[in-house]
Write a protein that binds this ligand. Structure first.
Ligand code: MF3
Ligand code: CO
Length: 256
């Protein structure tokens, strides 16, 4: 499968999809406090999608026969859960860190973004983890300029995480995005051995660094979705959908 560059008209629609995702995540950030049930957040997302004319993207998604269809519209992953946590009847507690990963389809195009948020007062280690991971996303975004190559993004993300001593999770990463949530290319959060896809105007990518405070190993829970750290350490995930532009920094389509 080849990389699909988007026209200006397609990017205009992807900006709308991105805004639905980015603005809904901002509302969720405001909802976060001890005692909020994860199912309230899922139902808020459903209401927002209905109100704004967005179609479900994550629900019923299945990357292959091993995976049962994903049952919700948002992934909520708490503390040692890295990504793809399924919202269930559970409340957020003071000191938790929770990642919210949201995808929406609007007029046929997908927006995909994620934030990690502290619940009430969180530890200094957790604060640093959130800061390092979000900073690494922005380092990747700043490196995403036409004329460069994919590996410049991967290297920038890696270099932003390295000095912290935290671990970069391997085997998961970002991706091209368009009519499909997952398009070419795959975007690692660490350097590759080759330059990779040229960053041409119209290339739309979801960048999503994933960082563990402890060891880099993760595993999939028996629900086949939830990804957790093996050592039980805290982990973090931020994501934006960006569009490469001619001669200037990438546009962050999911920035509210
Ligand atoms: N942002 C995630 C990804 O790119 C969300 C997918 S969750 C799924 O993989 F349930 F839809 F798979
Ligand atoms: Co994604």
């Amino acid at each position: 499968m080849a990389v699909k560059l988007k026209s200006r008209d397609e990017i205009r629609v992807m900006r709308e999809a991105g805004q639905i995702v980015g603005q809904t995540l901002e509302r969720i950030r405001e909802m976060v406090r001890p005692g909020v049930n994860l199912l309230e957040i899922e139902s808020f997302v459903r209401d927002e999608f209905a109100r704004r004319g967005a179609k479900e993207t994550f629900r019923n998604y299945s990357p292959g026969p091993k995976y049962p269809p994903y049952p919700s519209n948002i992934c909520i992953s708490i503390n040692d859960q890295l990504v793809h946590g399924i919202p269930r009847d559970r409340t957020l507690r003071e000191g938790d860190i929770a990642s919210f990963d949201l995808g929406a389809t609007y007029k046929g195009y997908v927006g995909d973004a994620a934030i990690t948020v502290g619940v009430g007062e969180i530890s200094d280690d957790a604060k640093k983890l959130l800061q390092v991971t979000e900073d690494s996303l922005w380092a990747g975004i700043r490196a995403a300029r036409s004329g460069r190559h994919l590996n410049d993004i991967c290297g920038a993300i890696e270099d932003a995480i390295k000095p912290s001593g935290f671990s970069i999770v391997k085997g998961y990463g970002g991706h091209g995005v368009g009519r499909d949530m997952h398009e070419e290319p795959h975007v690692q959060n660490h350097r590759m051995r080759f330059r990779g896809t040229p960053l041409n105007p119209g290339l739309v990518l979801a960048l999503e660094p994933m960082v563990n405070i402890g060891a880099p190993e993760v595993y999939e829970e028996s629900d086949h979705w939830t990804v957790r750290t093996k050592d039980g350490s805290l982990c973090c995930h931020f994501e934006h959908t960006i569009a490469i532009r001619d001669g200037e920094e990438a546009e962050v389509l999911t920035l509210p």
